[in-house]
Design a protein around this ligand. Structure first.
Ligand code: GMT
Length: 386
């Protein structure tokens, strides 16, 4: 029997950690020899140019005059079923319960039981959407009917069980980074564009949603900059951005803060920083902290969701209670003023990112889940990064 699998992947293709992880996983699987089919409304932004073994199937939404709202979810479910039949998919791996796991459930009803559904939970599908009573039953159905469910942290797994009152098995599959892309880049010239040689660089990267508590980033920065001349670099954009820009102006920090907008080459950008700030109030994992870790940049952030599973407090960064600006600023000042501490933490970051959060380990974990649900023996395949 052919050892390789045919795997459909559906994710949110635009910016966001779940889209990044799903796309990078697809690339890793394709490199190992599996056939990967992305099914979505647009090409996932991290897919880039041509990749051997990867195909993209676009979902087109029917816009008949009877529809007040064109039903994307139905078009997606239909497309999943069509692709699964035409390509003889073994696995449909969906990222996010709503609507993707629900659509996969519908697709499976059309295709039959040979198609196995793997659902990966990324966070806000549980921490926000499943709190909504009107969606709870739907999310529970999609999760219970999946052949395997994975969670990106133990904390999210616990919350899923609690919020949805379910007891089924859930596999832990942490997020990962590809070490060929995420490593400390030599970035002196770029850094010099923003900071003088004696200044430190703090960075925040997010989609500026309220859960990220971007206002705390500014308050922490103010306290640090009062003691150690520093610059704050913001990457990304989102709903809270105008509020933050206004706050910075009011605090008279305009000349110390730079907005870089959305960036493609995150490893290059992160390598400019001395510290990544992540003071979120909800964060199922915090992929950006892993991206920073792999580039040797420690995170100072909050004890929220899965962050403590990723950032080892005192070793690869420092964590304070949500909203404890004083403590976060103290941690930053210690890191920035003690070169030996900074260098020890940096080394620990590089080591930890290459361990349990490496693409090799996590891709193999997903493969093991695929073969398990298919009831097939796990073959020995060459790793993607040979
Ligand atoms: O953080 C976001 O707002 C984006 C969101 C997403 O949909 O990509 O991120 C979630 O999934 C990421 C990948 O698993 C995690 O690293 C993020 O922690 C998680 N966000 C939240 O839980 C708020």
């Amino acid at each position: 029997m052919d050892p390789f699998l045919k795997i459909g992947i559906t994710c949110y293709p635009s910016l966001g950690g779940s889209g990044v992880v799903a796309t990078e996983l697809g690339k890793q699987l394709a490199e190992k020899g599996h056939e990967v089919h992305f099914i979505s409304h647009s090409v996932p932004f991290r897919l880039g140019s041509f990749h051997k073994n990867i195909m993209y199937h676009e979902v087109e939404v029917s816009d008949y005059y009877v529809f007040r709202y064109p039903p994307y979810d139905l078009s997606l479910a239909t497309k999943m079923a069509q692709v699964a039949k035409a390509q003889e998919l073994d696995i449909l791996h969906v990222h996010y319960a709503v609507p993707h796991a629900v659509c996969a459930f519908l697709a499976k009803q059309m295709v039959g039981d040979n198609l196995k559904i793997v659902t990966t939970l990324h966070g806000t599908d549980i921490t926000v959407l499943a709190q909504d009573e009107s969606l709870k039953d739907l999310i529970r159905l999609a999760i219970n009917e999946s052949d395997a469910v994975t969670s990106v942290s133990l904390d999210l797994m616990r919350e899923t069980r609690e919020v949805l009152d379910i007891s089924r098995d859930i596999d832990l599959t942490y997020n990962f980074v590809d070490g060929r892309e995420y490593y400390p880049r030599d970035n002196c010239s770029c850094r010099n564009d923003f900071a003088d040689p004696g200044e430190k660089v703090l960075m925040h990267i997010s989609n500026f949603r309220p859960v990220k508590r971007v206002s705390d980033v500014v308050d922490v920065f103010k306290k640090v900059n009062d003691q150690i001349p520093s610059r704050l670099l913001f990457v990304g954009e989102g709903p809270d951005l105008p509020k933050i820009q206004w706050k910075i102006k009011e605090m008279g920090l305009g000349d110390r803060v730079h907005f870089l907008g959305k960036q493609d080459d995150i490893a290059q950008v992160i390598s400019m920083a001395d510290i990544l700030l992540l003071p979120s109030e909800k964060e199922s994992f915090g992929l950006v902290a892993l991206e920073a870790m792999a580039c040797g940049v420690p995170t100072v952030g909050s004890v929220a969701g899965g962050i403590p599973e990723l950032v080892a407090h005192g070793e690869t960064g420092f964590l304070a209670p949500i909203g404890d600006i004083e403590k976060m600023a103290e941690y930053c000042i210690s890191l920035l003023s003690q070169p030996e501490l900074a260098s020890r933490v940096r080394e620990a970051c590089l080591k930890r990112a290459k361990g349990e959060f490496s693409s090799e380990i996590i891709t193999s974990a997903y493969e093991a889940i695929y073969y398990r649900v298919l009831n097939r023996k796990l073959p020995h395949l060459k790793p993607a990064c040979g």
